[in-house]
Ligand binder design. Structure first.
Ligand SMILES: Nc1ncnc2c1ncn2[C@@H]1O[C@H](COP(=O)(O)OP(=O)(O)O)[C@@H](O)[C@H]1O
Ligand SMILES: [Mg+2]
Length: 210
């Protein structure tokens, strides 16, 4: 049996990840794949406790935040992501390591090298086969975020924080254009879906899946 596809969705808050992740899962299932969706931080018993800490604690040192994200990630890699991939199941991650590079490395200004160094301590250090980077102009994303929900600790950060995060995502996409596909969401949801489908079809064809 061949290893399952490892996919992630990324993007700044309000970019449209949650709006498209279920659609993406259902589309992959319609193509005959078995799919498991994971969410970060969380997804394991310990991970959900860490999620709670991360989203509700005041005055967390940025290094603590970084290490907690990776602690949660280590658990989900070992318990959920790897076993599923080994069983040929497609894993669709709602955020993965790129999020730490963007949010902690750039947003919190810890530096991208530091984030990569921490990641190198995990086992194994997986890389996604493809990452869909949902993206809208910063002010569009922030307006959606602020009008839609009660904001958690990170979502309350100032515009400049999200600007750094978004720029870091662009840098990742520039460095790895084959892995990271930017999907614009400043258009209608059906329009965004059709772009997403085009990328997914190309990916599945390149892997010989359909
Ligand atoms: N083309 C589009 N793609 C995704 N979301 C869109 C689009 N157009 C408008 N929206 C709206 O933008 C918001 C995106 O929020 P959400 O999906 O929760 O973002 P995220 O999970 O990335 O924080 C939703 O309210 C959604 O209805
Ligand atoms: Mg979301």
């Amino acid at each position: 049996m061949s290893r399952g596809l490892f996919l992630s969705v990324e993007g700044i808050d309000g970019a449209g990840k949650s709006t498209h992740v279920d659609f993406l899962r259902d589309y992959l299932i319609s193509k005959g794949l078995q799919v498991v969706v994971t969410r970060e931080p969380g997804g394991t018993v310990v991970g959900e406790k860490i999620r709670d800490l991360l989203l509700t604690s005041d005055h967390l040192h940025s290094n603590t935040e970084l290490l907690l994200y990776f602690a949660s990630r280590q658990e989900i890699i070992k318990q959920v992501i790897l076993p599923n991939l080994e069983n040929g199941v497609c894993v669709l991650a709602d955020r993965f390591v790129d999020a730490s590079i963007a949010y902690q490395g750039a947003g919190r200004q810890l530096g991208i090298d530091k984030v990569k160094t921490v990641y190198s301590l995990l086992e194994p250090t997986l890389k996604t086969d493809a990452t869909f980077l949902f993206d809208a102009p910063l002010d569009v994303a922030l307006e959606r975020l602020r009008s839609n929900r009660d904001l958690d600790r990170i979502e309350q950060e100032p515009r400049e924080f999200f600007n750094r995060v978004q720029q870091a995502y662009y840098q990742i996409a520039n460095e790895e254009p084959y892995r990271v596909k930017i999907i614009r969401t400043d258009q209608t949801i059906p329009e965004t879906r059709s772009v997403l489908i085009k990328h997914v079809d190309e990916l599945l064809a390149s892997k010989g899946i359909v």
